[in-house]
Design a protein around this ligand. Structure first.
Ligand code: HEC
Length: 178
């Protein structure tokens, strides 16, 4: 009989030999993010007729510094919101020209950064130590996203902004911290 620690260690080695988990196997659905994370941005998308709410975990926001990459352990969440549409199918806007979310939410995209995670990603796709996952509103894996290649490929264009689009502008460039 092997001691439990040795069994655990050999199981870990076997898992690594079969390939390090990536995507939703390690980027978990951040349950409770609407309450626990900080909403740092809302983007009205006229092309897809929905609003996107962007959240960051509090620990990362506290450590984020202007002009520097986001800290290890950052989790960014992008949540789709359905919006009110008029009879012609166009988004209804409020007095400030913003879309009006109905309260019904859609897909949740997550990007998370952990030291060393990039090593499991092919060099041509690698986004530093970020990895990605897409979930349905309730936290189930998004069956339409079979792998994360498109996430890596598109976010590659932002290599000089820590592979982010909105977060760098709103968080690192100086959003006031709550
Ligand atoms: C075709 C390009 C493209 C693809 C593919 C793509 N993204 Fe993005 N991503 C963007 C753009 C543009 C934004 C910012 C605009 C927005 O919010 O709609 C963004 C924003 C994000 C954000 C908000 C954080 C930030 O500051 O950028 C997350 C999280 C995110 N994407 C996750 C994902 C995940 C997960 C996938 C794969 C399932 C993915 N993205 C695929 C272009 C892309």
């Amino acid at each position: 009989m092997l001691p439990a620690a040795a069994i655990a260690a050999s199981a870990g080695a076997a898992a690594l030999a079969q390939g390090t988990p990536t995507g939703p196997d390690r980027v978990a659905f951040p349950a409770g993010f609407e309450k626990d994370f900080v909403l740092y941005n809302v983007t009205d998308r006229f092309d897809t007729k929905r609003a996107r709410h962007h959240f960051i975990n509090r620990e990362a926001l506290a450590k984020a510094e202007p002009g520097k990459p986001l800290p290890d352990g950052t989790i960014l969440v992008m949540q789709d919101h359905e919006v009110e549409l008029d009879a012609a199918g166009a988004p209804v806007l409020d007095g400030r020209g913003r879309m009006k979310p109905t309260g019904k939410t859609g897909n949740v995209g997550v990007m998370e950064k952990r030291a060393g995670w990039g090593q499991a990603i092919p060099a041509a796709l690698r986004n530093g130590d970020w990895d990605y996952a897409s979930y349905l509103a309730g936290g189930q894996r998004n069956p339409n996203v079979r792998n994360q290649d498109s996430c890596f490929t598109c976010h590659l264009s932002r290599a000089d902004r820590d592979w982010t689009f909105v977060a760098y502008r709103n968080v690192i460039d100086g959003i006031p911290k709550p």
